[in-house]
Design a protein around this ligand. Structure first.
Ligand code: DGL
Length: 275
């Protein structure tokens, strides 16, 4: 039994960390597409093709269930994957729905019609591709009515984090929050709609101020996955080993991952060169 966790790079480690804590007996196989990050500035076709390739690699590891721990892939590719590509015996789940269920005060998997909710003004911070997909607004409209969403495409932040330039990442976060506040001065809730952003959560919180509730995905995804696996234990798959795969340079990626999670992480090449 193993579950796959995919991201374009390091950001999905925030989700991996939370799911591992919540489900300590489940082996997880992480796939970081570090050679192709960032996805947030790519076309929907490109994101679809890269995400399908990574998902297939995780199926090869015996992961019948793959979590797209990447909002950009969840927003730009998941619907098309579910409609055209995923075989019946496999599942691919995204990270938007648990977040929106929490924001709209629903039980996990509650698909009842949309209704009024207490939050009315929501700020969404995400990559340019996620913002232009409007997937967040679409999923929200299935569940809630009367919610005003202002979205800020946070160009440059993922790149800066992947490069390890946290000073630049911090400056960019502050300027994106200011840009959003010019259009929506008093959001009640802010969504960190990219799995890289929890690494900057303190900066978002400080820039937004104490009156804004900040929704970060990792723990919400972990709770909803635990609930899903309790209902669908057969989706645990045949893989037995936890591992970390990357399309980038394993030593360099392992080094960054170890800094981010503050524990030793070893990566291996996702596609080892033929000898
Ligand atoms: N961490 C990803 C997300 O949640 C990907 C960002 C990127 O590659 O641009 O959107």
């Amino acid at each position: 039994m193993a579950v796959g966790v995919f991201d374009s790079g390091l950001g999905g480690l925030t989700v991996l960390d939370a799911v591992q804590r919540r489900l300590p007996d489940v082996p997880f196989v992480y796939f970081g597409d570090n050679a192709n990050t960032p996805y947030g500035v790519r076309t929907p076709d490109d994101i679809f093709n890269l995400t399908c390739a990574a998902t297939e690699r995780l199926w090869d590891e015996g992961c019948n269930l793959v979590i797209l721990a990447c909002n950009t892939a969840s927003a730009a590719a998941l619907k098309r994957m579910q409609e055209t590509w995923i075989p019946k015996d496999k599942r691919v789940l995204g990270v938007f729905v648990p977040l929106i269920e929490a924001l709209t005060e629903r039980q996990w998997g509650d698909n009842s019609p949309p209704r009024e909710v207490s939050v009315k003004h929501v700020a969404l911070f995400a990559t340019p591709a996620t913002v232009s997909s409007r997937a967040f607004q679409r999923e929200l409209a299935y569940r809630a009515i009367g919610v005003d969403v202002e979205a800020q495409p946070c160009g440059g932040v993922v790149d800066a984090i992947e490069q390890g330039d946290m000073v630049l990442a911090e400056a960019l976060v502050r300027s994106h929050v200011e840009a959003l506040q010019r259009r929506m001065p008093e959001p009640e809730a802010a969504i960190l709609g990219c799995t890289h952003y929890p690494l900057m959560e303190d900066i978002f919180r400080a820039a937004l101020g104490p009156d804004v509730s900040v929704y970060s995905q990792a723990n919400l995804v972990a709770e909803s996955l635990a609930d899903y696996l309790a209902r669908r234990p057969e989706m645990l798959g045949t893989g037995t080993e936890s591992k970390f795969l990357t399309t980038g340079d394993p030593a360099r990626v392992a080094n960054k991952a170890t800094q981010f999670l503050r524990r030793k992480i070893d990566f291996e090449a996702a596609y080892p060169a033929a000898t």
